[in-house]
Design a protein. Structure first.
Length: 312
């Protein structure tokens, strides 16, 4: 595979619009992490989901995209209003994968913006899905994306199964991520509907965003990392040809009894990757978040709705 070097940017700023956690008393700010003084009378809200507003810039060319839209448009719109963020600045919505806690706010977002936008994803994000829980059997189908309805609402559908550069080559979507670790084995209960039958879901659509901050290294942003967060970072290194990691952030999907057995291996592998900043979010889970904090105290940053991270 030929490498796809990302055009280096001068700045990447990531604002946490939706995450599982919110803490009004996290007031410490650093050059990288900006904690707003949140209002008690009109507070943002947390929910089980993820949505990140991502701004990036080079030589006066600035772009704004939204990675995922959380579980509900209610939380998305409320938090954007509280944080004073203008939705009409958003040029594209990028989906990390097709699960409801990342796509739930999308129809409402499109219905209430005054401009259309690109909708970027792996083509597999539109597949039908469900969970098949041992001892309980198949569960009702998860809400799925309707491409025709989204296009009618103003989205320009763009799908890319492989690593693809966007916005003057400043942003890279990884597409389907290579699985190389022995311990990151996906989501055993997840199923996908293909060829008229339900099959184990390989999460081909799971992808991450990648930026190269000039002179500092890669910023890798995951949604849930169903492909494995270590696989995701290593694939970013392979695709770009850049080994230095400035930041790894997003959901790492290490919560619950299915995934907690690989926490130690994941933490050890992350320490080897040695990102300058590590920001676990969403589905990373309480136990693994504390394990990362203990093992990498100088790199760990605690996530909370409303926080902005500036990488320059």
């Amino acid at each position: 595979m030929h490498t796809q070097p990302v055009e280096p940017v001068e700045r990447v700023s990531v604002t946490t619009l939706i995450d599982n956690s919110l803490d009004h008393f996290l007031l410490e700010s650093t050059p990288v992490m900006k904690r707003p003084l949140l209002s008690w009378s009109k507070s943002p809200v947390a929910e089980h989901g993820l949505s990140l507003l991502v701004e990036f810039e080079k030589a006066g060319e600035t772009h704004t995209v939204l990675l995922d839209t959380g579980l509900s448009d209610l939380a998305l719109w409320h938090n954007m209003d509280v944080l004073g963020l203008d939705p009409d600045r958003i040029e594209a919505v990028i989906l990390s994968h097709g699960h409801m806690d990342h796509i739930g706010g999308l129809p409402g977002f499109l219905a209430r913006t005054s401009r259309g936008c690109d909708l970027i994803s792996h083509p597999g994000a539109y597949c039908r899905r469900r969970l098949n829980i041992p001892g309980q059997g198949p569960q009702p189908e998860l809400p799925a994306l309707d491409a025709a309805a989204l296009a009618e609402a103003g989205a320009t559908i763009r799908t890319a199964p492989d690593p693809t550069l966007w916005f003057s080559d400043m942003l890279l979507t990884l597409g389907e991520i290579e699985r190389t670790t022995a311990f990151e084995r996906g989501f055993p209960w997840a199923e996908i509907h293909e060829g008229g039958q339900w099959l184990a879901d390989p999460f081909c659509d799971d992808q991450a965003l990648v930026f190269d901050v000039k002179g500092k290294g890669l910023v890798v942003i995951s949604g849930c990392a169903h492909a494995g967060i270590i696989n995701s970072v290593r694939y970013a290194q392979k695709v770009t040809g850049t080994q230095t990691i400035l930041a790894v952030m997003g959901g790492f999907h290490l919560t619950g009894p299915l995934f907690e057995p690989i926490i130690d291996q994941t933490v050890a592998a992350m320490r080897e990757l040695a990102p300058a900043h590590l920001i676990p979010m969403h589905c990373t889970g309480w136990k693994s978040t504390h394990a990362f904090a203990a093992a990498m105290p100088g790199q760990f940053l605690q996530s909370s709705v409303g926080t902005r991270y500036d990488f320059t």
